[in-house]
Structures are given as structure tokens and as C-alpha cells.
Design a binder for this molecule. Sequence first.
Ligand SMILES: *[C@@H]1O[C@H](CO)[C@@H](O)[C@H](O)[C@H]1NC(C)=O
Ligand SMILES: *[C@@H]1O[C@H](CO)[C@@H](O)[C@H](O)[C@H]1NC(C)=O
Ligand SMILES: *[C@@H]1O[C@H](CO)[C@@H](O)[C@H](O)[C@H]1NC(C)=O
Ligand SMILES: *[C@@H]1O[C@H](CO)[C@@H](O)[C@H](O)[C@H]1NC(C)=O
Length: 428
Amino acid sequence: MVLILALLGAGAAMLQLQVAEAASVFAHFMVQNSYSYAASDWESDITTAAGIGIDGFALNIAQNDYEVDRLADAFSVAEQQHFKLFFSFDMSYSWASSDMVSIVQTYATSSAMYTWNNAVLVSTYSGESYGDSFWSAFKSTLAADGITVILTPAFTSYRDPSDADSLMSSFPSIDGFFNWWSWPADVDANLTTATDLAYQAVVKSDRTGPFIMSVSPWQFKNLGTNDSDWVELSDTLWYYRWLQAIQDVKPDIVEIVTWNDYAESHYIGEINPNVDLGDQAPNYVDGFPHTYWRNVAQYFISWYKNGSTPTVTDDQVIFWYRGWPKDTTCSTGSLPRNYEYPVDAVFALSLLSSEATVGLYIGSNSFTWDAPAGASIGSVPFPSEDAQIPYIEIVRDGTTTKSGYGSLNVTQSDCSYYNFNPWVGIID
Ligand SMILES: *[C@@H]1O[C@H](CO)[C@@H](O)[C@H](O)[C@H]1NC(C)=O
Ligand SMILES: *[C@@H]1O[C@H](CO)[C@@H](O)[C@H](O)[C@H]1NC(C)=O
Ligand SMILES: *[C@@H]1O[C@H](CO)[C@@H](O)[C@H](O)[C@H]1NC(C)=O
Ligand SMILES: *[C@@H]1O[C@H](CO)[C@@H](O)[C@H](O)[C@H]1NC(C)=O
């Protein structure tokens, strides 16, 4: 009898482990941008995200203000749509533990609350400066109320792989880790998975929580002060970072950074006209939709979750490019840090049902490649001619099956703001 129970227990534990470690995809959602949100805005975001396979939002809450009021709609819509949410406290702002405790208490039993091994997952942006005692008190206060927390923070100063062991020794309270860093660090080089693998390894050997890997399409900010004007080399990031997640790191959770952080140009959600973008961001966000980056996400999410390459039924080419070569002088804004790193080119990612030739044309430049079934990438350099629009085509067996143009000129002059945020288009 005892033996049978023990076996059943082991079987149940294994089953639970498998369920808990199923690949999930979340998108980082800036609740600051929900100031004017009604339930219908949450519905639209959640339906759109769920439609491409995103399981939930990591709710980035900066302050105990209107953001907390918006959570009621977020959770009620998510409950109806069987969508998941977890809190990602933005600790670069000042937080009182009691306010955080109260927010978690209010939603801990919601069916939309994301749990890991039946415990409420709580994440952060930063927060290491609060010290382990802050985090252990936060967890024990909630535990006294019957709420077990799986603390999975993005302590952003932990980026160097060699600091992974000291993260573990300095923070006995953390259960998992979220590596926020999904862009190169001010270098003219592609991002590697060294940070992901190092922090994943210490979490897996020491703790029971998840390793969350950040995957992002871009990074550019230009808010007019020296410490908020930068670009990171992101030209092909939305392709190779997904491959790193799927083929190399295989994290428990992928967190797309972000759904709606417009000012850093890594939004994949729609540009909601109700959202107040402030004074500067509209100069580089308005007119630069990233809608079709979601087509890329949908393909890779399906691959990440299933473990095998998805079958493409409808050919499409998603392409993105900046509107001005990097050496163009603009009348306002400032030349961002690292401006010399992005390559002056149109980038294109094909998702094909079978092999075809993809052609990219702009001005007197062209590039064609034999693209296989599935995903592949190519690029064509900006031309010397001014005011040029790219033309993209898919050719199979000598016949152009699909083709189309961008709707933004690449312009050598006439630049009113330093804008390194790409315009994203599609032919489908
Ligand atoms: C980054 O990777 C792309 C391919 O995805 C490659 O074409 C490019 O040269 C790399 N950039 C650098 C700076 O190594
Ligand atoms: C930004 O930095 C540059 C070079 O370091 C300096 O010349 C400029 O005055 C700074 N601008 C502002 C707004 O601080
Ligand atoms: C995974 O992909 C295979 C091959 O395309 C397909 O047959 C299977 O149904 C997929 N499984 C899931 C869980 O989506
Ligand atoms: C691109 O520039 C050309 C030449 O100035 C102009 O005729 C055309 O209308 C522009 N197209 C777009 C979409 O702005």
C-alpha cells in the first residue's frame, strides 16, 4: 500500500513537472500606457495576442496609481478569454512592499493569474537594489496569507555570465530568473546566448522556478536627453533571437519585449491612438506600425511550442527598414548613441510553403536569394538614389507569385527627426 502510494506520488510529481515546464510565451505589457484604456482596449490587445499564440501578458506596473485601477478590466477580460497575466513590478520606480502585497493579494486567486507549480509567479524589471531582505519579507507576508510566490525577477545589473553564481548567493529568495537583455550591449556585434545560458544553468541547478528568456525585435529610443537617446544593433534580431530561443536556450518561458513600449521601438502591438506617447516618441512612432512583426512571432511561437518547424501554407515576406541612412542630418531630435551600428539596408524575412527565389529591389540595388521552405532572411543595401521605395517579389518556377512595395521612401535628405525605428511591411 505504502509502495503504491509512493509510486502514485512520483507519477503525479512527474506529470506536474511536465505541465509546468511546457513552453509558454508572454509579452511584456506597459500598464503605464493603459491610462485611457477601457475594457474594449484590453479585449482587442488580448484577442490579438492570443491569436498568434501568446499565452499572456507580463504586466509592467510602475507605480501604485491609475495602473492599479486598470487591472480590474485586464483581469476580467483575461478571465473570459482564458488568457494569463502575471505582475512584473517596475522596481526602477519606488515601491512600498505593502502596496505590492496588496496588488498580488487582490488577484492571486483569479483564474487568469499565471501560476508555476501552483504558485503565483511574480516578476520584475530590476529590483536588486532593494536587497534580498525586501524580497524575502514580500514573499513571507504573502505566504502568511496563504499565497506562495515564485519570484522570477529581471535583476538587470546581472548581465555578465560570470555574475550568475553571485546572483544565487546574494538572493536566496529568488526562485527563477528573467534575463531582460535581448539586445547587443552597445556593441557592433550580434547578441549571443551567453547570458541566457549562464543564468538558466544556475536557476536549474539551485531553484525550482522558471528561466524566462527575453526576445525582442528592436531597440531605439530618442527622448531628447543624452541618457535616453540610443539604438542597439537590431537589424536581424527578430530572426536570430527566436532561433536562439528555440534551438539553443529552450527556456521555460519566452517573454516578448514588448507588446506596447512605443518609446523604445520594440512594440509588436498596434499603435493605439488613445495612448499618450508624450512629446518626443510620436516623432518616431507615428506612421511606423510593427503589425507584421507579429506574423514572424506567430511562426516562431508555433515552432517553440511544438518543437517542430511549422508548415507554412501561405507565402509571405515580412520586411523592415529605416527611412533615412544613418549619416543623414536631421533637423530635430539627436543622433542616438550607437548610430553607426545599424546597416543601411532593407531586411526581409520570408515564410514560404516551398522553395522560391525572393527578390529585393531598391533604386539601382537588388538582392535575390534562393529561400527554402520555412523562414529565411535577406537584405538589400540602401541605394545612392534619393527617395526610393523597396519592391519585393517571390518568384517560383520563373513566375512572380507575389510582389509589392513598401510605403515609406528611403530619403537622403529632408529628415525632420533622428528616427532609427523601422517601418514594417508585408507582401502576402
Ligand atoms: C549579425 O547577423 C547577421 C545574420 O543574421 C549577419 O548578416 C551580420 O553580419 C551580423 N552582424 C555582425 C555585426 O556580426
Ligand atoms: C549630449 O552629449 C554631447 C556629447 O557628449 C554634448 O555635446 C551635448 O551637449 C549633450 N547634450 C545634452 C542635451 O545633454
Ligand atoms: C506539431 O507539428 C506537427 C507537424 O506539423 C503536427 O502534426 C502536430 O499536430 C503539431 N502539434 C501540436 C501540439 O501543435
Ligand atoms: C517617394 O518619393 C517620391 C519622390 O519624391 C514621391 O513622388 C513619392 O510620392 C514618395 N512616396 C511616398 C510613399 O512617400
